[in-house]
Design a protein around this ligand. Sequence first.
Ligand code: BGC
Length: 811
Amino acid sequence: MTTTAWQFGFHDFVPEDEGRREALCTLGNGYFATRGAAPESRADGVHYPGTYVAGCYNRLSTTVAGREVENESLVNMPNWLLLTFRADDGPWFDLAQVEVLDHEQELDLERGLLVRRLRFRDGRARTTRIVQHRFVHLAAPHLAGLETTLVAEDWSGALTLRCGIDGDVTNSGVARYRDLGGRHLVDHRTAEVAPDIVVLHARTSQSDIHVAEAQRTRVRVGGDLVDARSLLQRGEVIAHDFTIDVERDVEVQVEKIVSLHTSRDFAATEPVTEAAEQVRDAAGFDELRRSHSMAWARLNNEFHSGLSMSAAAQQAVHLHLFHLLQTVSPNTTDLDAGLPARGLHGEAYRGHVFWDELFVLPTLDLRMPQLSRALLRYRHRRLGQARKAARDAGFAGAMFPWQSGSNGREETQRLHLNPRSDRWLPDHTHLQRHIGLAIAHNVWHYHQASGDEEFLRDFGAEMVLEIARFFASLAQYDRGRDRYVIRGVVGPDEYHTAYPGRDRPGIDNNAYTNVMTAWLCRTAVHVLRELPDQRRHELTDQLDIRHHEIDRWKRIAERMFVPFHGNGIISQFDGYDRLAELDWDAYRQRYGDIQRLDRILEAEDDDPNRYQASKQADVLMLFYLLSAEELEEILGRLGYPMPSIPDNIEYYLTRTSHGSTLSAVVHAWVLARGRRHRALEFFDEVLAGDIHDTQHGTTAEGIHLAAMAGSIDILQRCFAGIEVRDGALRLNPLWPTELGPLELTIRYRGQPLTIGVTGRTATVRTWPGRRRLPVTCACGSRTVHLGPGETARFSLENSLRGGDPAAHSPP
Ligand code: BGC
């Protein structure tokens, strides 16, 4: 594996690892992405070419375990990469059938390019060298390019090149979904629309999205263009074949420019015309590569920080940002697309949108808030569907789905396969109502960070109020306790979906859900107060929010029940402490990897519901989302004492299997203040997550976007201690000095600020400019208003010794 800070790649060919490498070498631009599959390959158990367009879903019904189930998936689009060849009349190129002398895949994280270098000897002892460059254009989001240079090192003869588009693709990238239907594309049509241009058109079977991919090819031998080509139209494949005479050491170059359009695009007539015209008019490969790299440099500028960590750690951070921006970029702002948990990189979770944006938005909020806004608009457009879901379930307000796709209906599967036992099982994870809390939290944090009043007024407030209304109707008054309770939900820890022996799914009083409901109810009242008078009246009229409803929210914020046990341990839910203890050592000994303890237990005819064993952080999410001050305030208002954070961390740390990559993010975060060494171990795990596929085989099915973005957020908000709250930028640095100093530029309420952090000291520099507004920065007990071009230095070490935490220097 390459380890320079801006290069990432692999220097051999290992068939069993190819899936992971393809996912990690995915190139995308926020509109579409294509896995780093070998251009000559088809889905064959080793390779899995996959191209996914943000927001393009389709539904298929299948009968499993005697039940008809309908699943919605992000559709694998026609494979535009297809490029293969054969020498004389030999077989078509197949890596498995030749002696591979060298094989490299290298991702250039600075310029957004994937380079493949390959040397091989075929069955007739001929040696051939190939270099392939590809990009998915950042500034022209429908365009992609693949350039192949082939040199016959020690032979000459006839070479046939095939360069085309393969529409014979299905969604079959995840083994455990293979019993479900996967053929989403129908009505394929192909055409040669110009001597050098071919087009493939298809549509999705149910959602009727039309997709067209057009390809323009140019072949040069020794620099001279080759005109002779023949058309191949076979089934769902269209290609141009070139048969040429190759001389030893003479370069053969194939330039392929592709354009992908769908019927969901704006400013378009229909996809075939758009795709064909765009490739006809597109510049050549070199010029496109240059404009693409310039766009990447601009985007990188907005996101990258000055890091002095080890080269491997820097590389991981760069790779994580890279894949975040493959999935969501300025091209996304005009789309109606959410953030798929596994990026546009694979088919796990069928491209669905979960609560994962909770871990992603903070990075976007502080760098390019318009991207957060676009993702929040995806939610807002589905508010109607969320209202309907609440109504159908007998509640008020808006109940957002745990898994969301095209139109915002609940997409969580009702049956899932345990690959260990091969049993299809009922799935109750849709009861994770806390998704709504995450959306409200995202709206509020976005507003705090961006100062975008217009968004709050036009979209955000409505979402927060409707979500609050839903949670207030979910909460029931329990007379015995004289408190509000929430029954029948599932918390972030998905192992507990019911009480042992009880038929009804769901658990009661998940502490995370309850505390965040108290937070939400108070925030909703606050949001109402923040709105301009006219908009407040409009919204309360439109939503018919009356005084008694607001009073109920206030009461819930003061009387929500939070379960505790032992000496100040917040119970994950009512009765968690009465569940059996699991013999963790025995399970580790028996199985080694027990991340997916739920599958292990079920395969043993046991049930995770019986144990105090959690898949991922649940109670600890509270310490992740809320500062200690905020949590103390919320609990205080509810009449509960603030518990010991270290005791709670310790309790759950020993009872968690970390079956989700999100768990390491939260644990690194919550341990940062008390057990730095352990926090850094978790941080290393977050950095390693996809690079080393620590969830064993899951990276091949798509990257873990929330963990990737989470690593950036740990640096900025956790270690550097940058918090946006109550109209101020708050700094509470506790930067691990072993990581070297950090310098980063963030955008806070429209103002760019450069922040330098090391240890417990921070320097904030505002950028000069006449139109810039003052920025309020707070650190320790001091608050400073920084005008344009001013610098403030804060040191919490001094403040601990009683000195002045803030020194403020004018420009
Ligand atoms: C986790 C969820 C997460 C989902 C998608 C699951 O394994 O338990 O919290 O939202 O993956 O990333």
